[in-house]
Design a protein around this ligand. Structure first.
Ligand code: OGA
Ligand code: MN
Length: 287
């Protein structure tokens, strides 16, 4: 069967059919990489992969990297992290919520993530959808005046920094001492140029993981107003694609260099069991 690609969202996201992700030819792997650059989010259903095969699939998209939060790494494949809201003997089996707020993975690390790849193990009959936002479409649709204000500008980000120190998801409550130490502030461009396609996209995110402290060279009020304007713009549904997980055996992967995403698992009821495996690949310093 030949590989086919079908667009799912308005400006981005596609379903890839006709491949076995555990057994790709070199030509198929190259075509898949091109589809990832063209469509930014790929959905591949009906896959039967062992953890070892999923681990190997992840390596097609770069050097796989351990998550900075270490408690739910797969015991045999530490680059594979377990996301799950299920428990055994009262103990969680995985990360319950990977971020029910708009973010891009590792955007707060010196070297951010390129791809993130999820593989479904167990999916509830409802709930747990994943939302994506096309940050290049977001950038393109900005008023020219705003583009001129943000091109070449930088902001400071620190993992889970928040104006609300009491937030249970903020760094002071969420991270272990060594994790705090390994996440110093980083300086990021507001507009990122994709290193492989040369396209420009907005690269700042409202979620707590991005911990945006402010825009470099602007006073606090001006910076907060501009960030509000950008966050309001990027959260308009016209830029989004909502993915509803249907079955086990689905791979969803995306390009964090030009896509933001959010989970919806924060308030998933315990009887709606959702378990996924997850891999990210190490990217460069955003520029
Ligand atoms: C992630 C993530 C979304 C989800 O794994 O980085 O944001 O729907 N996951 O679980
Ligand atoms: Mn994420």
């Amino acid at each position: 069967m030949d590989m086919t690609i079908e667009r799912l969202g308005g400006s981005f996201a596609a379903r890839v059919s006709g491949i076995d992700a555990g057994n790709l030819s070199n030509a198929q792997a190259a075509a898949l990489h091109q589809a990832y650059l063209d469509h930014k989010v790929l959905v591949i259903e009906g896959q039967d992969l062992s953890v070892a095969q999923f681990d190997a699939f992840g390596q097609l998209f770069g050097e796989t990297v351990e998550h900075p939060v270490k408690n739910f790494l797969h015991p045999d494949f530490p680059k594979v992290m377990v996301l799950s809201n299920s428990t055994r003997l009262g103990k969680p089996l995985g990360v319950k919520d990977a971020g029910s707020f708009w973010h891009s993975d590792r955007s707060y690390m010196e070297r951010a993530a390129d791809a993130t790849i999820l593989f479904s193990i167990e999916i509830p009959d409802e709930g747990g959808d994943t939302f994506f936002g096309d940050m290049e479409a977001v950038y393109d649709a900005l008023p020219e005046k705003t583009k001129a204000r943000i091109d070449g500008r930088q902001y400071v980000s620190q993992y889970r920094w928040s104006t609300n120190r009491g937030d249970p998801e903020s760094r002071w409550n969420f991270l272990m001492p060594d994790e705090l130490e390994k996440t110093p502030p980083v300086v990021r461009p507001l507009v990122r140029t994709h290193p492989e396609t040369g396209r420009k996209g907005l690269f700042v995110f409202p979620g707590v993981s991005a911990g945006v402290k402010g825009i470099v060279g602007m006073d606090a009020v001006e910076s907060a107003d501009l960030l509000d304007e950008l966050f309001d713009h990027m959260t308009r549904p016209e830029f989004h694609f909502q993915f509803k997980w249907r079955d086990a055996g689905t791979i969803v992967l995306w390009d964090n260099r030009c896509v933001m995403h959010r989970a919806t698992t924060k308030n998933l009821p315990p009887d709606k069991v959702r378990t996924l495996h997850r891999i990210s690949t190490l990217g460069g310093v955003p520029a």
